[in-house]
Design a protein around this ligand. Structure first.
Ligand code: MGD
Ligand code: MGD
Ligand code: MO
Length: 690
């Protein structure tokens, strides 16, 4: 390290469960190195490749450095520089005109997970509440997963992942941890060294498969049935923990009857495509383990039946008493242990918002079809809808509307920026203050700027403060800076946050919530109304669902014969290790690592379509079509094609990405996205060469 180099500690706020503590080297005001903090118990000294080379994104030629106004045709991405004052004045005057002509609900904020830091992420709510804008239901990611987990367990809290070191049987269900939870990998490896067996449940083989002793490959969208089949075996062979069930669960007798009668192994095998003997073997392994540990991901809930599937899987640890066994347990999310004062942060308490709600999954149709009132202005921050949202054809058509006034506050020139009328420059997490919780561990940490903002970039908090002023809002809450907001967030009586005050957080060191890494997080009871793990759920019944776990096929699945005949392949569109949603799509090196935009297809499906490895193929359904290069491989199962990684549409062989094929159908619980629940047909492109 040079003499003038300085080492700073901060934290990665990107949308990933690992929330790493980072050591950043800054030389002459420039970031030159990023390393994992060796003292953070979960980061343990290493970073993913993407963030270890974040400087490539930070100093990318695509960075947005100044406010700009559109000069070209809508969607062309041509802009001229303006001052902050001009940009803010224009936004305020357009918003005011829309308020007068159509009312506040004609304005729609659109934001999601570009940075998960709670201060910057939640900085816009007060402003849009005050404006009377439509409210966005932020449903694109985990609402079905959370709702399903909550129905059984009560709250988004989990066994600490580090406990799995002591497990003798680890099930990784629907999560490509080698891509999306890389700091769990060394924990699994350590457990394996001590003799643990690792079972992966995933329809295709990916990086995580190398860790597994055995892979179960169910047909996508049938996980609920698989879990019910496993329960059938556990109950039938009496591999359940009767003592735990009696003390900590509700509704066992009803569940017992349900799984014995309705989910025999042969029926489940038919639904899931998993061999009967494998269902029995995995159930026995799980039931006989001393310390069974379950890691459940998110993608398996991005199906129409996803909420119920998660609720069903979450019953498994209850049957075998996993939570009570040292090294055993189950992990889905930890986010709800961070019980901040969100009402205060967002301004729900002050503004009592009661305006129209709009589901973010439906952006395309909302922009094109909503009439009461139509959306006249869209304000995008922390999000890249042109690339990440379903039904991309209509999203782009909506964004192209001449009469839509679109503001995009961005770090880089994304595809959404192309559609903007006004572009505002945003700093990255290395340039601003924030407070970061995690959804994969229990540490809270302050993100501290390590360099000054590049160009004229301003963080979300500052932009909303200025916008409020330009709109003439004089409520004092708009003057709250990042520190004020952190203090407000911490103003709660949460037992998990007790003793964690602002001063401790300001030290920059990770602060552990009051949840032991080694004890059962539910020892004092579950967070359900009965305080038991609920096999039987009165809340499900009240919402009109089966109160017991059950399996319902999705409409976009082989069970829908008419649709399946037309579109015989199930499409998976899961994350890649090299991208993070669309965030690293602009970095050349990450795209180089990805290779070409490819679609995995089984040799049996390829040969009937005369498709050879490397051919350009057209993938289509009623939502749209999208070209890929065929990767003919036995890594996927017949009937399932896989497009890993969210490419920017402009880097695809056509001008759309996989989300052109993704529907806006919603999940059973939560109204969530169904990215993994789509049927397609694949054909060889005419004139395609290998
Ligand atoms: N490198 C990287 N890391 C990421 C992300 C990224 O894009 N790239 N995204 C981040 C975000 S926003 C999130 S929400 C999280 C989690 O993001 P998710 O998108 O939920 O990813 P995973 O949890 O890893 O789950 C993906 C795995 O689930 C499998 N899967 C899909 N459908 C089914 C099914 O029906 N049944 C079963 N059993 N498996 C299925 C896929 O084949 C894949 O292997 O990851 C975060 N971390
Ligand atoms: N095909 C397919 N599509 C998917 C998924 C999938 O698995 N498959 N996953 C879905 C999931 S789980 C999710 S969570 C969504 C994620 O979708 P998004 O939340 O849109 O996530 P990103 O694509 O990472 O884009 C975030 C953008 O926010 C910007 N940003 C970051 N920090 C800030 C900030 O402080 N201020 C401002 N103004 N901007 C900032 C970044 O530059 C980036 O362009 O994608 C969904 N889309
Ligand atoms: Mo997500």
């Amino acid at each position: 390290m040079k003499q003038d180099a300085r080492l700073h500690k901060t934290v990665c706020p990107l949308d990933c469960p690992d929330t790493c503590s980072i050591l950043v080297t800054v030389e002459d005001g420039r970031v030159t190195r990023l390393q994992g903090d060796p003292n953070h118990p979960f980061t343990r000294g290493f970073l993913c490749h993407k963030v270890a080379h974040y400087d490539r994104r930070l100093y990318s030629p695509l960075r947005v450095l100044y406010p700009q106004r559109r000069v070209g045709a809508k969607g062309d991405g041509k802009f001229a520089r303006v001052t902050w004052n001009e940009a803010l004045e224009e936004i305020a005057s357009r918003f005011k005109a829309i308020l007068a002509s159509d009312g506040g609900e004609a304005i729609l904020p659109y934001s999601y997970g570009g940075s998960l830091g709670i201060v910057q992420r939640l900085s816009g709510h007060r402003f849009f509440y005050r404006l009377g804008a439509s409210r966005l239901q932020r449903t694109i990611c985990d609402v079905a997963a959370m709702a399903g987990w909550e129905m059984t367990i009560g709250k988004g809290i989990s066994t600490d992942l580090v406990q799995a070191v002591h497990s003798d049987f680890i099930v990784i269900w629907g999560m490509n941890i080698a891509a999306t939870n890389v700091h769990f990998v060394p924990i699994v490896k350590e457990a394996k060294k001590c003799g643990a067996r690792v079972v992966q449940i995933d329809p295709y083989r990916n990086r995580t498969s190398h860790l597994a002793d055995e892979q179960v490959m169910p047909r996508p969208g049938t996980d609920g049935a698989l879990a019910l089949g496993l329960m059938h075996v556990l109950v039938r062979e009496d591999l359940v923990d009767h003592d735990y069930i009696a003390r900590h669960t509700l509704g066992y007798e009803a569940l017992r009857e349900r799984v014995l009668k309705e989910y025999p192994v042969e029926g489940v095998s038919r639904i899931t495509g998993v061999p009967e003997e494998q269902i029995v073997r995995v159930a026995r392994g799980y039931g006989r383990a001393q310390a069974p540990f379950l890691r459940v991901g998110f993608a398996l809930t991005r199906h129409e039946n996803g909420g119920m599937a998660m609720r069903t899987i979450a019953c498994l640890p209850g049957l075998v008493g996993a939570f009570g066994k040292p090294g055993g347990g189950a992990h889905h999310e930890t986010a709800e242990a961070f019980e901040f004062n969100y009402e205060r942060l967002k301004g729900d308490d002050q503004f009592k918002p009661a305006t129209r709600e709009i589901n973010m999954v439906k952006l395309g149709e909302v922009l094109l079809e909503e009439k009461d009132p139509p959306i006249k202005a869209l304000y995008v921050y922390n999000c890249n809808p042109a690339t990440i949202a379903p039904d991309q054809r209509r999203v782009h058509a909506g964004l192209r509307r001449e009469d839509l006034f679109t503001v995009v506050h961005e770090q880089v020139h994304t595809e959404t920026v192309d559609f903007a009328d006004i572009v505002l420059p945003a700093p990255t997490f290395l340039e601003y203050l924030d407070l970061c919780k995690s959804y994969g561990h229990y540490y809270l940490q302050m993100a501290k700027p390590v360099i000054a903002p590049l160009g004229e970039a301003k963080p979300n908090v500052e932009v909303f403060r200025l916008l409020a002023r330009h709109c003439g809002f004089d409520d004092p809450c708009f003057d709250d800076d990042e520190y004020d907001r952190m203090r407000q967030a911490l103003d709660t009586s949460s037992k998990f946050l007790a003793g964690i005050d602002f001063e401790k957080i300001e030290s920059g060191e990770p602060q552990r919530l009051n949840i032991s890494a080694h004890a059962d997080p539910f020892a004092a009871g579950f967070y359900t109304p009965s305080e038991k793990l609920e096999f039987y759920s009165e809340r499900m019944a009240r919402l009109g669902f089966d109160p017991l776990p059950s399996y319902t096929p999705c409409s976009a699945s082989p069970e829908n014969h008419a649709l399946h005949e037309k579109y015989p392949l199930q499409l998976l569109a899961p994350p890649s290790v090299h991208f993070l949603n669309s965030t690293f799509g602009a970095v050349d090196e990450q795209r180089r690592r990805m290779g070409r935009p490819s679609m995995k297809i089984h040799p049996a499906d390829a040969s009937t379509r005369n498709i050879a490895h490397g051919d350009r193929v057209r993938v289509s359904n009623d939502w749209g079509e999208c070209p890929f290069y065929a990767e003919v491989t036995e890594d996927t199962r017949p009937g399932v094609v896989v497009a890993e990684g969210l490419w920017w549409a402009k880097h695809m062989p056509g001008s759309h990405n996989v989300n052109t094929l993704v529907s806006t159908r919603l999940t059973d619980l939560g109204g969530g996205s169904t990215f993994q629940c789509n049927l397609v047909e694949v054909s060889k492109e005419v004139g395609s060469r290998q």
